[in-house]
Design a protein around this ligand. Structure first.
Ligand SMILES: Nc1ncnc2c1ncn2[C@@H]1O[C@H](COP(=O)(O)OP(=O)(O)O)[C@@H](O)[C@H]1O
Ligand SMILES: [Mg+2]
Length: 258
């Protein structure tokens, strides 16, 4: 598929125009950033893994009726998606305390929350994506009440589905961030990506981190963590171990004399 012009370049992805009206191409880069762009690195293969994992999750969500922007993956790094106007809000769903919840409120990391907690942040890098309340969203008309309620409901459904999906492969879904937008038909749908860049995923038994915290906190090899997630979801191409071919010794052929 021929890419059109670059429409937007973010920290982890690039959005290109596509030949089809109302569709755009989402390209996954290898760039990793953390702490509002203060820590940066290029990690070979991250974009490929996130493209595949996000495709898998969004197509599964689609099958359970959670509308989203994914049309199809078109190559190792790119997917065709519906173009949307992204709402300027990041929706964060938490099941276990980690990250800014611990830092800002002094909750101990790993505390299981009695019920999923939804937080809203303004999507604005210059302001450091500040946390906002429902009242801020309504006061400044970033979303109307019915859209906010609809998205909040979708966040809970996405959480239920993802918790089950990951629990089935021995992973705890600690928290995740999602973005929504409006299509040209005024439909409100899930957009962006769901991947180990945007979720906290811990191994059920060891609580080993399999997500971007590996990069944030220098905990080891990020690609190994992401590959582990893909392997458990059964979407990683396994390289067969090639054994050297052993030929049997030729047998002596006895020719009968006539
Ligand atoms: N379907 C879509 N249509 C238009 N924009 C999208 C779509 N899905 C995601 N985006 C936006 O494209 C950008 C993706 O690049 P990313 O590197 O994640 O950016 P950022 O640095 O802003 O997080 C994001 O700003 C995201 O909101
Ligand atoms: Mg982003």
């Amino acid at each position: 598929m021929k890419k059109g012009k670059k429409l937007y370049e973010g920290k982890a992805k690039i959005i290109y125009a596509s030949p089809q009206k109302n569709l755009v191409i989402q390209h996954f880069k290898d760039d990793a950033t953390a702490f509002n762009n203060q820590k940066k690195a290029k990690i070979d293969g991250k974009g490929i893994l996130n493209n595949r994992i996000s495709e898998y999750i969004l197509s599964n969500l689609n099958q359970v009726g959670i509308k989203n922007h994914l049309i199809k993956r078109i190559n190792m790094r790119e997917q065709l998606v519906k173009a949307v106007n992204i709402f300027p809000i990041e929706f964060i769903v938490r099941n276990i305390a980690a990250g800014s919840l611990c830092k800002n409120l002094g909750i101990e990391e790993g505390t299981t929350l009695e019920r999923p907690l939804i937080e809203y942040c303004l999507k604005n890098d210059d302001l450091g994506d500040p946390m906002i309340s429902r009242e801020h969203i309504l006061t400044f008309n970033w979303l109307n009440e019915s859209t906010l309620d609809l998205i909040t409901g979708e966040c809970k459904r996405i959480n239920d589905f993802l918790q089950g999906l990951f629990r089935g492969v021995g992973i705890k879904l600690v928290d995740f961030k999602v973005e929504f937008g409006k299509t040209s038909n005024d439909e409100v749908i899930l957009a962006d990506e769901i991947s180990p860049d945007t979720c906290r995923l811990w191994d059920e038994k060891t609580e080993k981190k399999l997500d971007k915290d590996i990069f944030r906190k220098d905990l080891g090899n990020l690609i190994e963590g992401y590959q582990e997630v893909a392997r458990r979801l059964n979407i990683l191409h396994q390289q067969p171990v090639l054994k050297p071919i052993s030929f049997p010794k030729p047998k002596e052929v006895k020719i009968k004399k006539k």
